[in-house]
Design a binder for this molecule. Structure first.
Ligand code: UT7
Length: 327
């Protein structure tokens, strides 16, 4: 079995910044409420670019960072809950726009945990010697499915994309990976697809008539606070490490209170938990790769640094992975 490392990172967020004060003009909310309950100050909202546009820009960034051309990419995985279309997959649109002619391409949906699921899938293809370079992209235009009249959700989400290139390696850059799901709790965070509608179906099939995000925030909060710390503990156990060995935990950026809670439960130095949700809100599958790229480009990572990425989200799903940074 071969090894895998992250050879490049990239990100792209739309230019349009929407502050908490801007949102207070359209729903009954305040900067004070949003900041104190979530830590979010502003988010990027697309003024026209779709998910594949954001994904392509993040991917180009990652390829440049890796010094690998698009023609060398063997597989493109896009994790998203907000594809441009049902078909083609967003990954196929990205493949075409990048000119990654030989790459296979497909989307996966594990909501906010999607990027970690993508890392898991991409890593298998490289470890088994099938592929050398796999682009894993988390990209979302959540503004498409947010109900802009619902103050309990519209203040939380943002648009953006992050990407990594996974490449074959002699050194172990990607270690233990955990992915999990609890479908029985799925109803606490939903966005519906199309209703069944055909000449053979009754017309009273239940459907809310929209595809907005509907969320029981408190239930998601409870789930998140338990699985975040548990997932990190499991990765530490599998790697035979303690929190002292870890330079950064890069958590899914949903709520700073969830991140602080996890740090406390792990008795970890909170400054090891990278936070940028104040600038971007919750960008679902994009949040972890955006944060990873920020850390990388700020020059905060040295060769051999040990990182854990950890997330949770709709499904409900959760996951975590161990990374050892290779320059
Ligand atoms: O990627 C996964 C996605 N989801 C999450 O991570 C969500 C996890 N959950 C959370 O982050 C938190 O539960 C929220 C930030 C969503 C909410 O925080 P909370 O402390 O659980 O607030 P709450 O839902 O209990 O609401 C408290 C009050 C309610 O008013 P009453 O019933 O106490 O009078 C809400 O109606 O705050 C009210 N409220 C608002 N007030 C001003 C809800 N949204 C807003 C708002 N502005 N935007």
């Amino acid at each position: 079995m071969g090894e895998v490392y992250i050879s490049g990172t990239g990100r792209y967020v739309p230019e349009n910044i929407v502050t908490n004060d801007d949102l207070a003009k359209i729903v009954d909310t305040s900067d004070e409420w949003i900041s104190s309950r979530s830590g979010i100050k502003e988010r990027r909202i697309t003024s026209g670019e779709n998910t594949s546009d954001l994904a392509v820009k993040a991917a180009k960034n990652a390829l440049e960072n890796a010094g690998v051309s698009a023609e060398k990419v063997d597989l493109i995985i896009v994790a998203t809950v907000t594809p441009d279309m049902f078909t083609p997959a967003t990954a196929c649109l990205v493949q075409s726009k990048l000119g990654a002619k030989k790459a296979a391409a497909f989307d996966i949906n594990a909501a906010c945990t999607g990027f970690i699921y993508g890392i898991s899938v991409g890593t298998q293809f490289i470890k088994t010697g099938v592929y050398n370079h796999v682009l894993v992209i988390g990209a979302e235009t959540l503004s498409k499915i947010v109900n802009w009249q619902d103050r309990s959700t519209c203040v939380l989400f943002g648009d953006g994309a992050g990407a990594v290139l996974l490449s074959s390696s002699k050194v172990r850059g990607v270690g233990s990976i955990l992915i999990a799901a609890d479908g029985e709790k799925g109803e606490v965070l939903q966005s519906h697809a199309l209703p069944i509608n055909n000449p053979y179906a009754p017309d009273n099939i239940e459907h809310p008539g929209h595809n907005h995000i509907v969320m029981d925030g408190r239930e998601v909060f409870k789930f998140a606070t338990s699985v975040m710390a548990e997932s990190v503990e499991e990765i530490l156990k599998r790697e035979n490490l303690t929190m002292d060995d870890i330079q950064y935990v890069i958590p899914h950026q949903a709520n700073v209170r969830i991140i602080d809670y996890a740090a406390k439960k792990l008795s970890a130095d909170p400054s090891k938990f990278y936070v940028n949700l104040d600038k971007y809100g919750n960008t679902s599958s994009a949040s972890i790769p955006i944060a990873l790229d920020e850390i990388n480009r700020k020059g905060l990572l040295s060769n051999g640094d040990k990182l854990i990425i950890v997330g949770f989200g709709g499904g409900l799903t959760n996951g975590a992975a161990f990374l050892q940074w290779q320059k």
